[in-house]
Design a protein around this ligand. Structure first.
Ligand code: ATP
Length: 401
């Protein structure tokens, strides 16, 4: 349908980048990126009105997002046709704008395009050797100044090589080292580094990427005290197992996966160093609090539980109930004590959702005067419920009285 719309408007339309790469690698597809040789916004508006899709426009960037009813998003970008006269003043040459668009991309594996117009439908466009590099499993930049031009590509190279099990090409690896030597990452804004790190930590298994980052000395650029130790590597593996367990059983329970690995990455660093790292990465205040304070609290809490074990069900509940999912998962990954791990996973599975069926209104209606006593009563009800008692509202009211 996209190709037909292109035919009607007389513009060439291509699906590009990650979509084509993932298609070749038989990876699940998430985003669809389309490039239109011409006015992308006009194209997207036409397509969206024809197919009753929602549309977001970004005039500043000449891009638009088509949102289908089932949630599928298609990003549409504009590639302008560019004309230039040859030095010998021969006739004006039309430079393929799709080629220019693809030439601006980061790695050869991201420069593939497939034509969508009817006549050329399915034609694979490969100007930079992307097909060969996908087959050879190699991450390679397109031009030598790529990392200087945009140092976030260093993180992206590591992300892609880790995700697909590709190696980083020799020249590309040397250019990364070179860019680091001339301080390219030092000057990179914290926000951009953070955004790349979140993506790396959000991957299925970020450990090899973190190791590669350490090999290049990227962690030291973020903070001179950062040092990847065997303990951190072992913790990453433990996080991996914990998240696999969690995601299998609680597919609907959404949490920031990257945050668990981030906490593991900073495990053991003192508060002051952690804050310096968070500041370097320009963490928003709320996230900083969550990741630094909550991480340190989680580390203390798990040690407390280990030290005090065995403890009552009620104690476990009150020690854990105010921690977010990512912190509980971090604690689970941290402990080497099998009984403690079982107690926490039991809390997570069976007790974390336990709440009184009655509330303040019910207490008032039976003549109990409002005040701090309400919290005491409701908490006592929870204690009882943790023992499998008080299963109905009537039982809870009777107990409250
Ligand atoms: P992912 O699956 O991680 O989303 P992707 O390839 O779709 O991978 P995006 O970050 O969504 O990556 O970017 C879309 C496309 O934009 C990429 O395929 C790449 O060609 C291009 N791109 C993104 N970031 C850069 C960059 N820093 N420099 C050059 N090109 C980039």
């Amino acid at each position: 349908d996209i190709g037909n719309a292109g035919d009607t408007l007389g513009v060439e339309v291509f699906v590009v980048g990650g979509f084509v790469r993932d298609l070749m690698l038989e990876q699940p597809i998430e985003d669809v990126d389309v490039v239109v040789e011409g006015d992308g916004i006009a194209f997207a508006s036409y397509f969206a009105s024809l197919h009753h899709c929602r549309l977001h426009q970004h005039r500043k960037f000449n891009t638009a997002v088509i949102i289908f009813e089932d949630g599928l998003k298609v990003d549409v970008a504009s590639a302008r046709l560019e004309y230039y006269a040859t030095p010998a003043a021969l006739p004006v040459v039309e430079n393929s704008s799709i080629k220019m668009d693809l030439a601006r991309r980061d790695f050869t594996i991201n420069t593939l395009a497939i034509s969508l117009n009817t006549e050329t439908f399915g034609t694979l466009i490969d100007y930079f050797g992307g097909v060969r590099d996908v087959k050879d499993k190699i991450v390679r930049i397109i031009h030598n100044l790529s990392f200087i031009e945009d140092p976030t590509r260093i993180f992206r190279a590591i992300k892609f090589s880790n995700r697909f099990g590709f190696r980083i090409g020799k020249v590309t690896a040397n250019l990364i080292k070179n860019a680091l030597n001339v301080g390219a990452v030092k000057n990179l804004s914290g926000l951009r580094v953070l955004s790349e790190l979140k993506q790396i930590f959000g991957e299925e298994n970020p450990l090899p990427a973190v190791q590669t980052m350490a090999d290049y000395g990227l962690d030291k650029v973020i903070h001179h005290d950062l040092k990847l130790t065997d303990t951190t590597c072992a913790l990453f593996e433990s996080v991996g197992k914990t998240l696999a367990w969690h995601d299998l059983l609680y597919a609907d329970d959404v949490y920031p996966r990257w945050a668990v690995y981030f906490m593991a990455w900073l495990h053991g660093y003192p508060f002051a160093v952690s804050i310096q790292i968070a500041d370097r990465l320009m963490f928003p205040v709320k996230e900083k609090e969550r990741l630094i304070e909550q991480r340190i609290k989680s580390e203390h809490r798990i040690r407390l539980i280990e030290k005090s074990y065995p403890v009552s069900t009620q104690q476990i509940y009150w020690w854990l109930i105010h921690f977010k999912t990512e912190c509980l998962l971090f604690m689970l990954a941290l402990t080497k004590n099998e009984s403690v791990r079982k107690a926490i996973s039991h809390f997570y599975t069976h007790q974390r959702k336990i709440k009184p069926l009655i509330g303040g209104k019910d207490l008032k209606s039976v003549g109990i005067k409002p005040g701090p006593v309400y919290t005491t009563i409701l908490n006592k009800i929870i204690d009882e419920k943790l023992d499998g008692k008080l299963n109905t509202m009537e039982e809870e009211i009777k107990f409250a009285k």
